[in-house]
Unconditional design. Structure first.
Length: 134
C-alpha cells in the first residue's frame, strides 16, 4: 500500500539509536542496511508492533539477536543479505515465524542445504540464497 509519513523509515541508527525505533508504533517498514547494527545495538530490542518489512543487510549482528528481530507479529519480509553472523543455528528461530513471506539469506552463514530445508518447512515463504529465490 501507499506509505504515509511515519510508516516507512530508512535509517543509519548506529549503535545507540536503534533502541528508539521500538517506540514508533506505526512503523511498517525499516531499512537499516549498513547501519553498524550489531548484537550490542539489538540487545533487548523489540520490533515495532506493526513492522512488516525489515532490511538489515550488511550488518554485524548474530543469531542471538533473532528473538527481538522476530518479535513483530506481522513481520512478512526480512533481508539479512551479507550478515555473516546469521547461521544455520538461527534457522530454529526463523522456522517458527509463520508470517514471513520473503526471507533473504544471500551471503550469510546459512548453508544452501539448510536454506532449502527451511523452504520445505515454510512452503508459503520465498527464501533467497546463493543468488536464487526458492
Amino acid at each position: 500500500g501507499a506509505a504515509f509519513p511515519g510508516q516507512h523509515l530508512v535509517t543509519a541508527a548506529g549503535r545507540n539509536g536503534f533502541a528508539a525505533l521500538s517506540s514508533l508504533p506505526a512503523l511498517e517498514e525499516l531499512d537499516a542496511s549498513q547501519a553498524q547494527v550489531g548484537d550490542d545495538s539489538l540487545r533487548g530490542w523489540r520490533s515495532p508492533p506493526k513492522l512488516r518489512k525489515l532490511v538489515l543487510a550488511k550488518n554485524a549482528f548474530t543469531n542471538v539477536s533473532l528473538p527481538g528481530i522476530l518479535s513483530s507479529p506481522d513481520l512478512e519480509e526480512l533481508n539479512f543479505q551479507k550478515v555473516p553472523g546469521i547461521s544455520d543455528q538461527g534457522l530454529n528461530y526463523l522456522v517458527k515465524k509463520l508470517s514471513l513471506r520473503m526471507l533473504q539469506l544471500d551471503q550469510t552463514g546459512v548453508t544452501l542445504q539448510n536454506a532449502q530445508k527451511l523452504k520445505q518447512m515454510m512452503s508459503e515463504t520465498r527464501v533467497g540464497i546463493a543468488g536464487t529465490i526458492y
